[in-house]
Write a protein that binds this ligand. Structure first.
Ligand code: NAD
Length: 322
């Protein structure tokens, strides 16, 4: 697959499939963050991809050099990372399985066309239902498990950290907490491991925030996190800024081999009896993609919820023939 033409690409090179709300905002974060040297935007709506590339390019005189252009699937050649945001959003009244089937059909058509030109790239799947599409991409492409990552609950975890920090009036950087499981209805916060400033969240709340009704507080926080996406979509039609930054964080960890531990969706096996499903769990993200996931300690309730979440995903996969 590598040839002379390949060598002329500017590195790092990132291809973005789907130049809609999420894809275009992610491209903007790449431009501002100076992470990539070349960005290719690919969308079935060619005019849209061209327009986004033009608009972004017109801001380049204020930033470090970066080449941003629209292209076709063959332009993914020699990409370091391919981010997939192409697909439909859930329409009112549409079931999750119908949405899954719709986007699986799109992936069946595009994945072989992309992997043909970028067999060595690390893939970040963002399109929903992200866990299902990460698994489907792995099966269709035959690439090694770690090379295809779903953005999973990285965004949900960011929302959780923000909401905790806001509630407890503490810097987001001092909050350590994860949401794991499906990116969707059955996701769960791992409260048993959540910490603020190195101490269990319950103790911090009691001793430093004057909050005594811990159970109530945690439920309120998670409720707000779970409804955040819906609220934003009702208010402005789509979520784009925070998901774009979440993908940027995954991108940075890959390109710089940072070994960040992020709750991305990855192929999980042998974890509390869960096998052969892509689901979010804190994982090492490196230059090769996901290097390993962490078999974190869960309490009984969390264990049950995690297993339920995995079963829900496995059922959807079964229903769509995977
Ligand atoms: P959007 O409709 O604005 O953009 C999707 C783009 O995909 C469109 O421009 C469309 O033309 C393009 N597209 C569709 N089929 C294509 C194909 N076969 N080839 C190339 N391009 C194709 O949607 P959006 O708001 O950017 O959201 C994109 C996806 O990301 C959705 O599935 C959404 O649910 C998901 N999302 C995921 C998260 C997460 O945390 N995982 C967060 C936000 C959005």
């Amino acid at each position: 697959m590598k040839n002379k033409a390949t060598m002329s690409h500017l590195k790092p090179k990132i291809s973005v499939i789907g130049a809609g709300n999420v894809g275009s905002t992610y491209a903007y974060t790449l431009m501002i963050g100076g992470l990539a040297r070349e960005v290719v935007l690919i969308d079935k709506n060619h005019k849209l991809a061209r327009g986004i590339a033009m608009d972004l390019n017109h801001g380049l005189s204020f930033l470090s050099p970066i080449t941003i252009r629209s292209g076709e699937f063959q332009d993914c050649e020699d990409s370091d990372i391919v981010v997939i945001t192409a697909g439909a959003n859930r329409k009112p009244g549409q079931s999750r399985i119908d949405l899954a089937q719709n986007n699986v059909d799109i992936f069946k058509s595009i994945i072989p066309q992309i992997t043909r030109y970028a067999p060595y790239a690390v893939y970040i799947v963002v399109t929903n239902p992200v866990d299902i599409l990460t698994y489907v991409s792995l099966k269709i492409s035959g690439l090694p498990a770690g090379q295809i990552i779903g953005s999973g609950t990285v965004l949900d975890t960011a929302r959780l950290k923000y909401t905790i920090s806001d509630y407890y009036k503490v810097d987001t950087g001092n909050v350590h907490a994860y949401i794991i499981g499906e990116h969707g209805d059955t996701e769960l916060p791992v409260w048993s491991n959540a910490q603020i400033g190195g101490m269990p969240i319950e103790r911090y709340g009691r001793e430093y925030a004057g909050l005594n009704n811990i159970q109530h507080d945690l439920e309120k926080i998670f409720h707000s996190v779970k409804n955040a996406g819906k609220q934003i979509i009702e208010a402005k039609g789509a979520t784009n800024y925070s998901i774009a930054l979440s993908i940027q964080k995954i991108t940075r960890s890959i390109l710089r081999n940072e070994n960040s531990i992020l709750p991305v969706s990855t192929l999980v096996s042998n974890f509390y009896g869960v096998n052969d499903v892509c689901i979010s769990i804190p994982s090492h993200v490196t230059r090769k993609g996901v290097d390993k996931f962490l078999k974190i300690e869960l309490n009984e309730k969390e264990k049950e919820q995690f297993i339920h979440s995995a079963n829900v995903l496995k059922n959807i996969l079964k229903n769509i023939g995977f």
